[in-house]
Design a protein around this ligand. Structure first.
Ligand code: UD1
Length: 366
């Protein structure tokens, strides 16, 4: 019997852990692998956490650490301090961490110091930009991991270049796409766009939450300048991340945003509704990592408002374009999409809904 502890903490982790947990239960391999779910509490608001458990049919976490928000070091340290006694008590044979958030890094560091083997789901992605907290999390987590499950071939290459043994790398595909594909048909009937008074295939969906875009007043204002122009051509729907909402208030930009008549701001929305909005959008404007991948699979043009991406396959194969944050460039590329000249693409290898099956098959042999 293998005792597995899976650690999640923030919104994008839940979609990645869910298919693996479901697969373990479905296989009955839970007889050989006993999984416990630990939620660090990095994200704690109902709309950022509990609603996802419901949408993804995940049972409640076995252990909740309740760390909450803090500085980079504070949050990472608090997860480690609270997780260590849990791992000492549970004595797992393997700790599984997903993605690149602070809970991922803290989980890997705590396990490594207790000599517990680590599996990292979504290993090897690199933006080569160490100003991003996620890049530090990715590099250190991969260095400490024993089983590195990758989503694409460029991730394998990154890991090999960093000297990580090929024996540890498993190219199994994109597990988040398992979640998307399993819920796609259920989501079709939701018509979230209709409920918001939007026309199908005739609105832009926007998300922003990267510190480099929303913690800095100048950067946020530059993006707003682009939105001001774009909303003259197409309605924009904008579910606000709590970080973004707080900064809009802090920088006194509330009124400016309210004055943009075709910019519809929403509270964070549940996974199923977001998927419905994404599937029916003309285009997506985002600084998220996962959304670049989801739009590629859905065939929806995506403009990434960042300098770089750790997911280059979404650009070389998919519908993604990294456009930066220059307002003129953002408007130019948006207009191209509106005029029917958006990027089309192909679906990368193993983004096929069967990644969890492949991962569990490997886990069963451990
Ligand atoms: C984190 C991840 C990021 C991921 C994002 C998805 C890190 C370093 N960053 O960024 O990679 O893309 O999650 O959402 O791990 N807040 C709330 N309620 C919550 C959670 C957060 O109000 O439930 C607010 C707090 O003010 C907090 C801020 O949002 O300070 C940021 O939260 P945090 O978890 O530190 O980082 P994210 O920006 O969410």
């Amino acid at each position: 019997m293998v005792k597995l502890i899976c650690i999640v903490g923030a919104r994008p982790n839940f979609m990645k852990a869910a298919p693996i947990i479901h697969q373990l239960k479905k296989n009955g391999s839970s007889m050989n692998i006993k999984v416990k779910l630990v939620h660090t509490g990095q994200h704690y608001d109902k709309v950022m956490s509990q609603v996802f458990f419901k949408d993804l049919r995940l049972s409640q976490p076995d252990i909740y650490l309740g760390v909450g928000s803090d500085s980079q070091a504070g949050q990472t340290a608090r997860v480690m301090i609270k997780l260590e006694p849990v791992l000492l008590k549970e004595k797992p044979d393997l700790v599984m961490v997903v993605g690149d958030v602070n809970s991922t890094l803290a989980g890997a560091l705590t396990a490594a110091k207790l000599n517990i083997p680590i599996a990292h789901i979504e290993a090897g992605l690199r933006s080569f930009d160490r100003t991003m907290p996620e890049e530090i999390n990715r590099i250190v987590t991969d260095r400490l991991s024993d089983f590195l499950f990758t989503t694409c071939q460029d991730a394998n290459l990154n890991l090999s270049r960093e000297g990580i043994s090929k024996n540890k790398i498993y190219f199994t595909g994109n597990v988040m796409i398992d979640t998307l594909l399993s819920l796609k048909s259920k989501v079709k009937s939701l018509k979230t766009w209709d409920k918001l008074g939007l026309r199908q295939n005739n609105y832009a969906l926007l998300t922003l939450h990267r510190p480099e875009n929303v913690d800095n007043q100048k950067a946020l204002k530059r993006i707003l300048a682009a939105l001001q122009e774009i909303q003259k051509y197409i309605k924009i729907v904008f579910p606000l991340h709590p970080r973004t909402e707080k900064n809009i208030k802090k920088f006194g930009l509330n009124r400016k945003i309210k004055n943009l008549k075709n910019l519809i701001c929403l509270k964070p929305i549940r996974y199923l509704s977001f998927l419905n909005l994404m599937m029916n959008a003309k285009l997506v404007l985002t600084d998220s990592g996962g959304i670049q991948e989801e739009t590629t699979v859905l065939g929806i043009p995506c403009l990434t408002l960042r300098k770089n991406t750790e997911r280059p396959v979404t650009v070389t194969k998919g519908t993604n374009m990294v456009v930066g944050t220059n307002p003129t460039r953002i408007l130019k590329e948006t207009l191209k999409v509106i005029r029917g000249k958006g990027k089309t693409g192909r679906i990368p290898k193993f983004w096929d809904g069967r990644t969890a099956q492949r991962i569990v098959k490997i886990l069963e042999k451990i």
